[in-house]
Design a protein around this ligand. Structure first.
Ligand code: OSB
Ligand code: MG
Length: 369
């Protein structure tokens, strides 16, 4: 593989409905897209999952853009490498910035799979021809609106409901939702809103038989989560804290995470995600694919990753129509009436890139040769 040029774009894409977590509300996405081109003009696409501000992670759009343009893309362009599996290592001298790295790395996998004429999910070693889907429902303006949203998603077929929790939107909300839906697969995601001083709250939540509690404590913590897990029945699932394969080993061995949320951007791309999945699978820890309100390109990469054998639980990857008036891929991602996404059969990410739409949405672009 020899990438001769890397094209960056930032697009703006308004969400159909705002998305609110314990760290804030998003109404419009700013998304960096990466297109890698080889010397024969073949291309591949990736998406940077960095958000609009440094809240979910320290990486955000305005750190990712110059890091991609001035450091990462120049490390990859015009270098002869064995293949996409080695791209992450080319960028090793840059510390952190995994979401930016993943944008380039995943684009290279798309290119390589396309050139091999194989769907990316198969190329990565995926084994599941369809993946089970859940939804992540943000904090709403009222409990009634939340209940209504859950009803909608259940009737669309989604297999698991995740609700966001924060101080003041936790125990009573869960009690209400559980009262209305006694049997559903339900979980809560705190996005680091709490500390170990809140153990009594988590003990009280045990009664509601949540599938898991996602990232209750600090975004960079593993140790305290192990302490919390000793004191509650509900399985703890780490999201923000898992950035490297070593983090997964530490979290599992400490008893801090009985389930793991894998996000392609957070761990630095497909090669790292494969390592994370393998480590968890060897230790019988189920994983699932998290979401970052991705456009179709990131969504397609998530689908490919989620076909790996260890992804046994429904993830946060759902239909394009839940997010966008019109996606940037064709066809948009759809979900079957029983809550599955069928892995695509076309080469690479398996969806067409809607170039005119991307051009229309672009607010800045750059090219590295
Ligand atoms: O914590 O999983 C999270 C979105 C943005 C940042 C963090 C998270 C999320 C989600 C949304 O939960 C998942 C999705 O629908 O893409
Ligand atoms: Mg989360």
């Amino acid at each position: 593989m020899n990438i001769t040029s890397i094209e960056l774009r930032e697009i703006r894409l308004p969400l159909i409905h705002f998305f609110e977590t314990s760290f804030g509300r998003t109404t419009e996405r700013r998304i960096i897209l990466v297109r890698v081109v080889d010397r024969d003009g073949a291309d591949g696409w990736g998406e940077c999952t960095a958000g609009e501000g440094p809240f979910y992670s320290d990486e955000w759009v305005e750190t990712a853009w110059p890091t991609l343009k001035d450091f990462l893309a120049p490390m990859v362009v015009n270098r002869e490498v064995e293949g996409a599996a080695h791209i992450y290592d080319l960028m090793k001298r840059v510390r952190g910035h995994r979401m930016a790295k993943a944008a380039i790395e995943t684009a290279c996998w798309d290119l390589e799979a396309r050139l091999s004429d194989v769907p990316l999910w198969k190329y990565l070693g995926g084994v599941q021809t369809e993946i089970p889907c859940g939804v992540s429902i943000g904090i709403q303006n009222s409990p009634e609106e939340l209940i209504e949203k859950i009803e909608q998603e259940l009737s669309a077929g989604y297999q698991r409901i995740k609700i966001k929790i924060k101080r003041g939107w936790d125990l009573e909300i869960v009690r209400r939702v559980r009262g209305r839906f006694p049997e559903i697969r339900l979980m809560g995601d705190a996005n680091s809103a709490y500390t170990l001083a809140d153990v009594p709250l988590f003990k009280a939540l045990d009664e509601f038989k949540l599938m898991m509690l996602e990232q209750p404590l600090a975004y960079d913590d593993i140790f305290d989560h192990a302490e919390l897990q000793k004191q509650i029945q509900t399985p703890v699932c780490l999201d923000e804290s898992i950035k490297t394969p070593a983090d997964v080993i530490h979290a599992i061995d400490l008893g801090a995470s009985r389930i793991i949320n894998v996000k392609l951007g957070r761990v630095g791309g497909h090669a790292q995600a494969k390592r994370v999945e393998a480590i968890a699978r060897e230790r019988n820890i189920p994983v699932w694919c998290g979401g970052m309100l991705e456009s179709g390109i990131g969504r397609a990469h998530n689908i490919a990753m989620a076909t790996l054998a260890g992804f046994t639980l429904p993830g946060d990857v759902s239909a394009s129509s839940r997010y966008w008036e019109e996606d940037i891929i064709e066809p948009p991602v759809t979900v079957t009436p029983n809550g599955m996404i069928v892995a695509p059969s076309n080469p690479g990410i398996g969806f067409e890139i809607n170039r005119p739409r991307i051009d229309q949405l672009t607010v800045r672009s750059a090219q590295v040769n």
